[in-house]
Design a protein around this ligand. Structure first.
Ligand code: GDP
Ligand code: GDP
Length: 435
């Protein structure tokens, strides 16, 4: 089951991004050397009282040349489509404006819980003014002060109380995967083609308030869950073609997956936006497969595939671990191989290696290529151990973490990859000081 999504809506300047950042807190972290990752965040994965959820600031999705009122209406529509719970944010300072009423009108149509929050209630005197907002018709308003960080606990208690009570199925061994990529690369076509080739399991889980957005199927006795497919089939909304929206969708799908299929369009080659989306997938530490779709559209000779592959390796240097497949949703070329590859990558993503074997690899590596030294002080590696999986994460105990150079770390990673099968998964190395 995917994590619930919460969206913040409201007219400009009520404090959406302030509240978003407050809720996201310190969890927003960006790997600085991933290229193309935007700094201003509109999407995050966070939790309250142990309940994980995705959070969207719809104000960050600029739809374009539309009149102001239309734009915020579109953002409210987007929230209804994407979220399980909506936070409707207004401001006590300015009172109810026409724009607030326009948002409210759209939200009346939502069959999802809407929680009204009144921001900028910076002191007790302002508190009595929040009752004016009852007239918007969304029940008790929750007072907030984004500036002072007040009221967030009560708001979040209300938000999570609306999450569907789903039994967390610990036994579920199904592999969760998603297709991400910019508009028009062929995600929906691939979804339909993959589902057409496999036995789809019809879910009989009733009574949840959420859309059934995940599709389950079996292939060769393995169970898969394709994440977020209904949203992909939804068509015709103005916001769909904005870059911000497609990046946001990709991030949401990534958070809910074990393995991500990064879809590229052979016809158009690699674009800036592809790199941004791939950067997020890499950062999130999921298993990744690069899928080049529309392979049928190219006139090919003996070199085409090799050249395309080289181009991808050049543009996505940090994804060197990801396998590349060339497919066509149209002709179904090589699609039948995908489930097995997804399974293989998932196995590698969850792989746990024995400490003794790992330390043999590290010691052999040091013997071939001695550790670096700096100012006469040499890096000493004492011991390595795998501390977690998905992605595989290794802690290396050393005399001084500062002596570990990037290039030496990469050398160790390569040796680990030669010894164990980690195709398709990032691996993380962490140096720790040991006295
Ligand atoms: P958005 O356009 O809805 O995302 O609003 P922002 O988060 O950018 O905030 C708009 C302005 O309101 C900024 O100048 C914020 O500093 C200010 N602001 C946000 N929260 C509060 C608050 O709780 N009290 C006061 N007094 N100002 C706030
Ligand atoms: P999405 O926006 O990523 O979901 O892309 P769609 O699945 O809607 O596909 C966009 C367009 O590309 C549609 O007109 C599809 O028919 C077309 N398309 C998708 N896959 C292929 C393919 O493998 N070959 C060709 N020739 N066209 C494709």
């Amino acid at each position: 089951m995917s994590n619930p999504t919460v969206a913040i809506v409201g007219r400009p300047n009520v404090g959406k991004s302030t509240i978003f950042n407050r809720i996201a807190g310190e969890r927003i972290s960006i790997v600085e050397d991933t290229p193309g990752v935007t700094r201003d965040r509109i999407y995050t994965h966070t939790e309250w009282l142990g309940k994980p959820f995705n959070l969207i600031d719809t104000g960050g999705i600029q739809i374009g040349d539309e009149p102001f009122l239309q734009e915020i209406k579109d953002q409210a529509e987007l929230a209804i489509d994407e979220a399980d719970v909506i936070i409707f944010l207004v401001s006590v300072k300015e009172g109810i404006s026409d724009a607030d009423e326009a948002v409210a009108k759209i939200l009346y149509r939502a069959d999802k819980p809407v929680i009204l929050a009144v921001n900028k209630v910076d002191n007790v005197e302002l508190r009595q003014d929040i009752y004016d907002f009852y007239s918007l018709g969304f029940g008790d308003p929750y007072p907030l002060s984004g500036s002072h960080g007040l009221g967030l606990g009560d708001l979040l208690d209300a938000v999570i109380s609306h999450f569907p009570e789903h039994e967390v199925d610990e036994e579920d061994s199904a592999i969760r995967f998603s297709l991400i990529g910019r508009p028009n690369v062929g995600k929906s076509s691939l979804v339909n083609a993959i589902l057409g080739e496999n036995r789809v399991i019809v879910s009989d889980i009733a009574g949840t308030t959420r859309d059934a957005i995940d599709t389950r199927f079996t292939n060769d006795d393995s169970e898969f869950v394709m994440v977020d497919t209904a949203g992909m089939r939804k068509r015709g909304k103005v916001y769909e073609n904005t870059e911000r929206y497609s990046v946001m969708r990709a991030m949401k799908a990534i958070d809910n997956s074990d393995v991500v299929l990064m879809v590229l369009n052979a016809e158009e080659g690699i674009r800036e936006q592809d790199k941004r989306i791939a950067g997020y997938a890499h950062e999130a530490g999921r298993g990744i497969i690069i899928v080049v779709n529309k392979w049928d559209t190219l006139k090919k000779d003996n070199h085409t595939l090799h050249e395309f592959e080289e181009g991808i390796r050049e543009q996505f240097v940090y994804l060197s671990y990801a396998p590349i497949v060339f497919v066509s949703a149209l002709t179904k070329q090589r699609l039948s191989n995908l489930p097995a590859l997804i399974k293989e990558v998932n196995t590698n993503h969850e792989r746990r290696v024995q400490s003794s074997a790992l330390n043999d690899v590290i010691m052999d590596a040091i013997a071939v290529n001695p550790t670096p030294s700096d100012n006469g002080k040499r890096l000493r590696i004492y011991y390595a151990t795998q501390v977690s999986t998905a992605p595989p994460t290794f802690v290396i105990f050393v005399n001084d973490p500062d002596l570990m150079h990037f290039s030496y770390e990469r050398f160790l990673e390569n040796r680990i990859r030669e010894a164990f099968d980690f195709k398709g998964t990032p691996v993380h190395l962490i140096e720790r000081h040991r006295k």
